[in-house]
Design a protein around this ligand. Structure first.
Ligand SMILES: Cc1cc2nc3c(=O)[nH]c(=O)nc-3n(C[C@H](O)[C@H](O)[C@H](O)COP(=O)(O)OP(=O)(O)OC[C@H]3O[C@@H](n4cnc5c(N)ncnc54)[C@H](O)[C@@H]3O)c2cc1C
Length: 471
């Protein structure tokens, strides 16, 4: 039997890409558009498209943080450390327990607010930079405690990476988070439900198709190889990348000989990497920490939000003093307080500030700190990774597919869109959401809208309904 070390020499992936940090600024994500027909594939032209581009978004610089090789949870704890009891940090990257999530971001905002309350006098003025869920949660807590709070936000809307769009879609679509993972242990389930937002359980077993469109049973081989590699890495003296762990543990040494269904054992490892490791972290395995990459499998209590994640924010932001469309580009502090310089050249003074901008913005040094941040903060900013996951939403006239499955995946190569959510069984509407991650997302981020759409429609070809033989 022909064997090879799977990860070495594949043409499709694993090049070490610096993700968000080295991508030049560009316009914010494009809104819904009615596309002009450029579709070379057999998949029909959609009626509406909404595409994200989080890596080039100047106020995000990536989608969410991940555990880069050699980073540790202590880096996140260091990042949320207060500087001179004047400058506090919050946001998903500072969450030790649930980084990269809405849960983690919100808890981090509440944590920062409680730290401020510990040191602040009753009449103090507190500024919060960023009106994502961390910033809104911090401000809400401080306002409710009687502080004078202003939230300064670069965008013309609140929510940050929570980006619910209504427009001409038949239901609100989510350009940022869509899922509540582990809903049974999350405050979000009850809270969103109380706000009238539907959360629908995700069927954890996706339908798997080959590029040729054949439906195949998912093999556990890829997941087993990754789990074995992570177990091996846990025994090592130092952290290594997930890619290195797969290779050095021997777990990546899989057969490339096709079985009866045309798929090899190595294809299932590539499938696991594309649909789980890359989609869940936004990073290629050569950048991910083997020590701190956890279990990424879908669970029975994962849910998808249908009806507006942003409802959570509008509720919490009620009555807050918001300064929208104002970019903070410098934060200075001394024993007397803090001074923030805005993009307009104006300054805002406060007693203390909570900075909730994404890790990608900090890595990009888009805000100058004076004095410079302490070493522990700078080390954390450099060590943690900012992953990239982008989404495309497509609305069709009628379904071109005949599967009822909620989640669609493709095995057999390194597809640009390894995961699709079929909203038809969830909403009755012929709407699909595709996800592209890691280096695939970075590459597609450079495409214009027409080329990006063409790539998405080509990726959907395995799901074209097979015409009835009698027709
Ligand atoms: C595509 C995608 C899919 C995701 N999927 C999920 C999911 O299914 N489940 C889940 O739990 N999480 C998911 N996440 C992660 C989740 O969205 C984030 O963890 C969370 O929303 C982060 O909140 P935050 O307040 O920390 O940051 P943000 O929401 O990014 O808020 C930071 C704010 O700071 C503002 N800002 C930036 N720079 C400046 C500046 N210089 N001056 C003033 N303001 C500034 C930004 O505009 C932003 O509003 C996803 C994220 C993305 C992008």
């Amino acid at each position: 039997m022909k064997r090879r070390t799977f990860l070495l020499g594949t043409a499709s992936g694993f090049s070490v890409l610096a993700l968000a940090a080295c991508v030049a600024p560009a316009p914010v994500p494009t809104p819904s558009v009615v596309p002009t027909p450029v579709n070379p594939s057999l998949v029909p032209q959609p009626l509406a498209v909404s595409r994200t581009n989080w890596s080039t978004d100047p106020f995000s610089r990536g989608s969410f943080s991940y555990a880069a090789v050699n980073s540790t949870p202590e880096h996140r704890a260091a990042l949320r450390g207060a500087v001179g009891a004047r400058v506090f940090f919050a946001g998903e990257a500072t969450a030790v327990d649930a980084p990269g999530t809405v849960d983690g971001a919100r808890t981090s905002g509440q944590f920062a607010a409680s730290r401020v309350k510990d040191v602040a006098g009753p009449d103090e003025r507190i500024t919060v930079v960023g009106a994502g869920i961390a910033g809104i949660a911090a401000a809400r807590q401080l306002v409710d405690a009687g502080f004078n709070v202003v939230v300064i936000e670069a965008r013309d809307r609140i929510g940050g990476r929570i980006d619910t769009v209504r427009g001409d879609w038949p239901f609100p679509i989510e350009r940022g988070p869509s899922f509540v993972r582990g809903a049974s242990e999350s405050f979000l389930d009850d809270e969103l439900t109380a706000l009238g937002v539907s959360l629908i359980p995700v069927v954890p077993a996706p339908e798997v198709r080959t590029r040729a469109g054949a439906v195949v049973d998912a093999s556990p081989l890829g997941a087993q190889a990754v789990a074995g590699a992570l177990r091996w890495a846990a025994e090592q003296q130092s952290d290594v990348s997930v890619e290195r762990a797969l290779i050095d543990s021997g777990e990546a040494d899989l057969s490339t000989t096709p079985n009866a269904d045309g798929l090899s054992d190595a294809d299932w490892l590539e499938y696991e990497i594309a649909t789980k490791l890359k989609v869940e972290t936004g990073a290629t395995p050569s950048l991910q920490s083997a020590w701190y990459t956890g279990d990424l499998a879908w669970a029975e209590d994962d849910k998808i939000v249908v009806g507006g994640y942003a409802t959570l924010l509008t509720h919490d932001a009620d009555g807050l003093d918001l300064l929208l469309s104002n970019v903070v580009n410098r934060i200075a502090h001394d024993d007397d307080g803090v001074s923030l310089r805005l993009g307009t050249g104006e300054s805002v003074s406060a007693d203390r500030v909570i900075v909730t901008v994404p890790l990608g913005v900090l890595q990009d040094a888009a805000i100058e700190f004076s004095p410079a941040l302490p070493f522990a903060h700078r080390a954390a900013i450099a060590a943690l990774g900012m992953g990239v996951v982008d989404k495309v939403w497509l609305r069709f006239d009628t379904p071109f597919w005949d599967t009822e499955a909620q989640l669609w995946t493709v095995v057999g190569d390194d597809p640009d869109f390894p995961l699709w959510v079929n909203m038809m069984p969830l909403t009755g509407e012929p709407v699909l959401m595709g996800m592209v991650a890691a280096e695939n997302a970075t590459r597609l981020s450079a495409l214009d809208d027409d080329a990006f759409l063409a790539a998405a429609l080509t990726a959907l070809e395995p799901f074209l309904a097979v015409p009835d033989a009698a027709e």
